[in-house]
Design a protein around this ligand. Structure first.
Ligand SMILES: Cc1cc2nc3c(=O)[nH]c(=O)nc-3n(C[C@H](O)[C@H](O)[C@H](O)COP(=O)(O)OP(=O)(O)OC[C@H]3O[C@@H](n4cnc5c(N)ncnc54)[C@H](O)[C@@H]3O)c2cc1C
Length: 214
Protein backbone atom coordinates (compact mmCIF):
# COMPACT_ATOMS: atom_id res chain seq x y z
CA UNK A 1 0.00 0.00 0.00
CA UNK A 2 2.96 2.35 0.55
CA UNK A 3 3.01 3.51 -3.08
CA UNK A 4 -0.03 5.22 -4.63
CA UNK A 5 -1.86 3.79 -7.62
CA UNK A 6 -3.02 5.95 -10.49
CA UNK A 7 -6.32 6.65 -8.75
CA UNK A 8 -5.01 7.07 -5.19
CA UNK A 9 -2.24 9.53 -6.04
CA UNK A 10 -3.24 12.83 -4.42
CA UNK A 11 -2.94 15.49 -7.10
CA UNK A 12 -4.53 18.51 -5.44
CA UNK A 13 -2.20 19.66 -2.58
CA UNK A 14 -0.17 16.50 -3.18
CA UNK A 15 2.17 17.19 -0.24
CA UNK A 16 -0.77 16.30 2.03
CA UNK A 17 -1.02 12.81 0.53
CA UNK A 18 0.24 9.78 2.46
CA UNK A 19 0.05 6.12 1.56
CA UNK A 20 1.80 4.26 4.40
CA UNK A 21 -0.14 1.73 6.45
CA UNK A 22 0.57 3.48 9.78
CA UNK A 23 -1.06 6.71 8.63
CA UNK A 24 -4.01 5.04 6.90
CA UNK A 25 -4.64 2.63 9.78
CA UNK A 26 -4.28 5.41 12.37
CA UNK A 27 -7.00 7.49 10.71
CA UNK A 28 -9.35 4.52 10.26
CA UNK A 29 -8.86 3.61 13.92
CA UNK A 30 -9.48 7.16 15.09
CA UNK A 31 -13.17 7.28 14.16
CA UNK A 32 -15.77 4.58 13.51
CA UNK A 33 -17.76 6.69 11.04
CA UNK A 34 -17.28 6.22 7.32
CA UNK A 35 -19.07 6.94 4.06
CA UNK A 36 -19.52 4.14 1.55
CA UNK A 37 -19.76 5.19 -2.09
CA UNK A 38 -21.24 2.79 -4.64
CA UNK A 39 -23.34 2.75 -7.78
CA UNK A 40 -26.92 1.44 -7.69
CA UNK A 41 -29.08 1.33 -10.82
CA UNK A 42 -26.55 3.54 -12.60
CA UNK A 43 -26.64 6.33 -10.01
CA UNK A 44 -24.05 7.15 -7.33
CA UNK A 45 -24.98 6.84 -3.64
CA UNK A 46 -22.88 7.67 -0.59
CA UNK A 47 -24.15 6.06 2.60
CA UNK A 48 -22.80 6.92 6.06
CA UNK A 49 -22.24 3.96 8.36
CA UNK A 50 -19.77 2.51 10.87
CA UNK A 51 -16.49 0.84 9.97
CA UNK A 52 -13.76 -1.01 11.79
CA UNK A 53 -10.33 -2.25 10.83
CA UNK A 54 -8.61 -5.54 11.50
CA UNK A 55 -5.12 -5.91 10.04
CA UNK A 56 -5.16 -4.83 6.42
CA UNK A 57 -8.94 -5.04 5.97
CA UNK A 58 -11.75 -2.64 6.66
CA UNK A 59 -15.22 -3.97 7.52
CA UNK A 60 -18.72 -2.64 7.74
CA UNK A 61 -22.00 -4.33 8.54
CA UNK A 62 -25.75 -3.95 8.68
CA UNK A 63 -29.09 -5.56 8.01
CA UNK A 64 -29.07 -8.23 5.32
CA UNK A 65 -32.03 -6.29 3.89
CA UNK A 66 -29.92 -3.15 3.45
CA UNK A 67 -29.83 -2.00 -0.15
CA UNK A 68 -26.44 -0.41 0.46
CA UNK A 69 -24.91 -3.70 1.64
CA UNK A 70 -26.52 -5.65 -1.21
CA UNK A 71 -25.34 -3.13 -3.79
CA UNK A 72 -21.78 -3.22 -2.43
CA UNK A 73 -21.43 -7.02 -2.45
CA UNK A 74 -18.79 -8.00 -5.02
CA UNK A 75 -18.95 -4.45 -6.36
CA UNK A 76 -16.45 -1.66 -6.74
CA UNK A 77 -16.76 0.75 -3.83
CA UNK A 78 -15.02 3.81 -2.47
CA UNK A 79 -15.05 4.17 1.31
CA UNK A 80 -13.99 7.39 2.99
CA UNK A 81 -13.29 8.33 6.59
CA UNK A 82 -12.76 11.94 7.59
CA UNK A 83 -12.01 13.75 10.81
CA UNK A 84 -12.08 17.52 11.17
CA UNK A 85 -9.36 18.77 13.53
CA UNK A 86 -9.84 22.50 13.13
CA UNK A 87 -11.27 25.40 11.18
CA UNK A 88 -8.40 27.33 9.61
CA UNK A 89 -9.24 31.03 9.67
CA UNK A 90 -7.27 33.07 7.16
CA UNK A 91 -7.17 36.79 6.34
CA UNK A 92 -9.12 36.23 3.12
CA UNK A 93 -12.16 34.05 2.45
CA UNK A 94 -10.21 32.28 -0.30
CA UNK A 95 -7.48 31.03 2.05
CA UNK A 96 -9.79 29.61 4.73
CA UNK A 97 -9.33 25.90 5.14
CA UNK A 98 -9.72 22.96 7.51
CA UNK A 99 -7.26 20.86 9.42
CA UNK A 100 -8.26 17.29 8.80
CA UNK A 101 -7.27 13.66 8.49
CA UNK A 102 -9.01 11.58 5.85
CA UNK A 103 -8.73 8.30 4.01
CA UNK A 104 -10.14 7.02 0.74
CA UNK A 105 -10.12 3.29 0.03
CA UNK A 106 -10.97 1.72 -3.32
CA UNK A 107 -11.68 -1.92 -4.07
CA UNK A 108 -14.19 -4.71 -4.39
CA UNK A 109 -16.25 -5.43 -1.28
CA UNK A 110 -16.43 -9.09 -0.28
CA UNK A 111 -19.37 -10.50 1.71
CA UNK A 112 -18.41 -12.81 4.57
CA UNK A 113 -20.32 -16.07 4.19
CA UNK A 114 -18.85 -18.26 6.95
CA UNK A 115 -21.00 -17.65 10.08
CA UNK A 116 -18.02 -18.24 12.39
CA UNK A 117 -15.93 -15.66 10.54
CA UNK A 118 -18.84 -13.22 10.56
CA UNK A 119 -19.31 -13.63 14.30
CA UNK A 120 -15.58 -13.22 14.93
CA UNK A 121 -15.56 -9.95 12.97
CA UNK A 122 -18.63 -8.63 14.81
CA UNK A 123 -16.99 -9.51 18.13
CA UNK A 124 -13.84 -7.65 17.07
CA UNK A 125 -15.96 -4.63 16.08
CA UNK A 126 -17.79 -4.59 19.42
CA UNK A 127 -14.72 -5.26 21.56
CA UNK A 128 -12.66 -2.80 19.51
CA UNK A 129 -14.93 0.01 20.65
CA UNK A 130 -15.84 -1.39 24.09
CA UNK A 131 -13.23 -3.92 25.27
CA UNK A 132 -14.80 -7.00 26.86
CA UNK A 133 -18.40 -6.11 25.97
CA UNK A 134 -19.10 -9.04 23.60
CA UNK A 135 -18.71 -11.67 26.32
CA UNK A 136 -20.96 -9.70 28.71
CA UNK A 137 -23.86 -9.67 26.25
CA UNK A 138 -26.70 -12.08 25.58
CA UNK A 139 -25.37 -14.42 22.88
CA UNK A 140 -26.14 -13.60 19.26
CA UNK A 141 -28.67 -16.05 17.79
CA UNK A 142 -28.18 -17.86 14.50
CA UNK A 143 -31.13 -15.85 13.15
CA UNK A 144 -29.56 -12.53 14.19
CA UNK A 145 -26.29 -13.57 12.57
CA UNK A 146 -28.15 -14.50 9.37
CA UNK A 147 -29.93 -11.14 9.41
CA UNK A 148 -26.57 -9.35 9.53
CA UNK A 149 -24.32 -8.81 6.52
CA UNK A 150 -20.61 -8.11 7.01
CA UNK A 151 -18.55 -6.76 4.13
CA UNK A 152 -14.76 -6.72 3.92
CA UNK A 153 -12.56 -4.43 1.88
CA UNK A 154 -8.81 -4.96 1.51
CA UNK A 155 -6.74 -1.88 2.25
CA UNK A 156 -4.60 -2.52 -0.84
CA UNK A 157 -5.53 0.69 -2.58
CA UNK A 158 -5.85 3.55 -0.12
CA UNK A 159 -4.75 7.12 0.29
CA UNK A 160 -4.66 9.42 3.26
CA UNK A 161 -4.71 13.19 3.15
CA UNK A 162 -3.73 15.25 6.17
CA UNK A 163 -3.72 19.02 6.73
CA UNK A 164 -2.21 20.52 9.86
CA UNK A 165 -1.03 23.95 10.91
CA UNK A 166 -1.93 27.61 10.59
CA UNK A 167 -3.50 29.34 7.58
CA UNK A 168 -1.43 29.95 4.48
CA UNK A 169 -2.23 33.54 3.62
CA UNK A 170 -1.05 35.59 0.67
CA UNK A 171 2.13 37.40 1.79
CA UNK A 172 0.57 40.86 1.47
CA UNK A 173 -2.41 39.85 3.64
CA UNK A 174 -0.21 39.26 6.74
CA UNK A 175 -0.12 43.07 7.09
CA UNK A 176 -3.93 43.19 7.60
CA UNK A 177 -5.38 43.61 11.14
CA UNK A 178 -7.68 40.60 10.78
CA UNK A 179 -7.73 37.74 13.32
CA UNK A 180 -6.33 34.59 11.80
CA UNK A 181 -5.49 31.21 13.28
CA UNK A 182 -7.12 27.87 13.97
CA UNK A 183 -10.29 26.98 15.88
CA UNK A 184 -9.47 23.44 17.08
CA UNK A 185 -12.31 20.93 16.82
CA UNK A 186 -12.73 17.80 18.89
CA UNK A 187 -15.51 15.24 19.19
CA UNK A 188 -16.52 14.95 22.83
CA UNK A 189 -17.76 11.88 24.67
CA UNK A 190 -20.23 12.84 27.38
CA UNK A 191 -21.30 10.95 30.53
CA UNK A 192 -23.36 7.81 29.78
CA UNK A 193 -27.11 8.03 30.31
CA UNK A 194 -28.90 5.07 31.96
CA UNK A 195 -31.64 3.32 30.00
CA UNK A 196 -34.90 4.13 31.81
CA UNK A 197 -35.59 0.36 31.93
CA UNK A 198 -32.23 -0.50 33.50
CA UNK A 199 -32.58 -3.02 36.34
CA UNK A 200 -31.92 -1.52 39.77
CA UNK A 201 -28.30 -1.76 40.88
CA UNK A 202 -26.84 -2.33 37.40
CA UNK A 203 -23.91 0.00 36.95
CA UNK A 204 -21.92 0.76 33.78
CA UNK A 205 -18.74 -1.30 33.33
CA UNK A 206 -15.32 0.27 32.69
CA UNK A 207 -15.69 0.04 28.91
CA UNK A 208 -18.65 2.42 29.26
CA UNK A 209 -17.29 4.84 31.87
CA UNK A 210 -13.83 4.97 30.25
CA UNK A 211 -15.10 5.00 26.66
CA UNK A 212 -13.09 7.09 24.21
CA UNK A 213 -11.82 7.06 20.66
CA UNK A 214 -9.73 9.26 18.44
C1 LIG B 1 -13.05 17.69 6.65
C2 LIG B 1 -12.58 18.01 5.24
C3 LIG B 1 -12.93 19.21 4.68
C4 LIG B 1 -12.52 19.52 3.36
N1 LIG B 1 -12.95 20.69 2.81
C5 LIG B 1 -12.71 20.93 1.52
C6 LIG B 1 -13.30 22.03 0.84
O1 LIG B 1 -14.08 22.81 1.42
N2 LIG B 1 -13.02 22.22 -0.47
C7 LIG B 1 -12.21 21.36 -1.16
O2 LIG B 1 -12.00 21.55 -2.37
N3 LIG B 1 -11.62 20.32 -0.55
C8 LIG B 1 -11.87 20.07 0.75
N4 LIG B 1 -11.32 18.97 1.35
C9 LIG B 1 -10.36 18.16 0.57
C10 LIG B 1 -11.11 17.22 -0.35
O3 LIG B 1 -11.38 16.02 0.36
C11 LIG B 1 -10.31 16.87 -1.62
O4 LIG B 1 -9.03 16.38 -1.25
C12 LIG B 1 -10.15 18.05 -2.56
O5 LIG B 1 -11.42 18.62 -2.92
C13 LIG B 1 -9.43 17.63 -3.85
O6 LIG B 1 -10.27 16.74 -4.57
P1 LIG B 1 -9.77 16.19 -5.98
O7 LIG B 1 -10.80 15.26 -6.49
O8 LIG B 1 -9.34 17.34 -6.86
O9 LIG B 1 -8.47 15.39 -5.52
P2 LIG B 1 -7.36 14.66 -6.33
O10 LIG B 1 -6.06 15.05 -5.74
O11 LIG B 1 -7.55 14.81 -7.82
O12 LIG B 1 -7.69 13.15 -5.95
C14 LIG B 1 -6.88 12.09 -6.44
C15 LIG B 1 -6.83 11.00 -5.42
O13 LIG B 1 -6.25 11.52 -4.23
C16 LIG B 1 -6.84 10.91 -3.10
N5 LIG B 1 -7.53 11.93 -2.28
C17 LIG B 1 -8.06 13.12 -2.64
N6 LIG B 1 -8.62 13.75 -1.60
C18 LIG B 1 -8.46 12.93 -0.54
C19 LIG B 1 -8.82 13.03 0.82
N7 LIG B 1 -9.47 14.12 1.32
N8 LIG B 1 -8.50 12.01 1.63
C20 LIG B 1 -7.83 10.91 1.17
N9 LIG B 1 -7.46 10.77 -0.10
C21 LIG B 1 -7.77 11.78 -0.96
C22 LIG B 1 -7.86 9.89 -3.62
O14 LIG B 1 -7.27 8.63 -3.70
C23 LIG B 1 -8.18 10.45 -4.99
O15 LIG B 1 -8.67 9.46 -5.86
C24 LIG B 1 -11.70 18.62 2.64
C25 LIG B 1 -11.34 17.41 3.24
C26 LIG B 1 -11.78 17.11 4.50
C27 LIG B 1 -11.40 15.77 5.10
Amino acid sequence: MDAPTERTRVKRMNKRGKYDADTVHGILDATPICNVGYVFDGAPYVTPTLQWREGDHLFWHGSSASRMLEACENAEVCVTVSIIDGFVMARSAYNHSCNYRSVMVFGTARKLTDPAEKEARLKAFTDGLWPGRWDMLRKMTAQELKATTVLALALDEASAKVRTGPPGDDEADYALPIWAGVIPVRQQILAPVDDPRLLPGVTPPRHITDFSFG
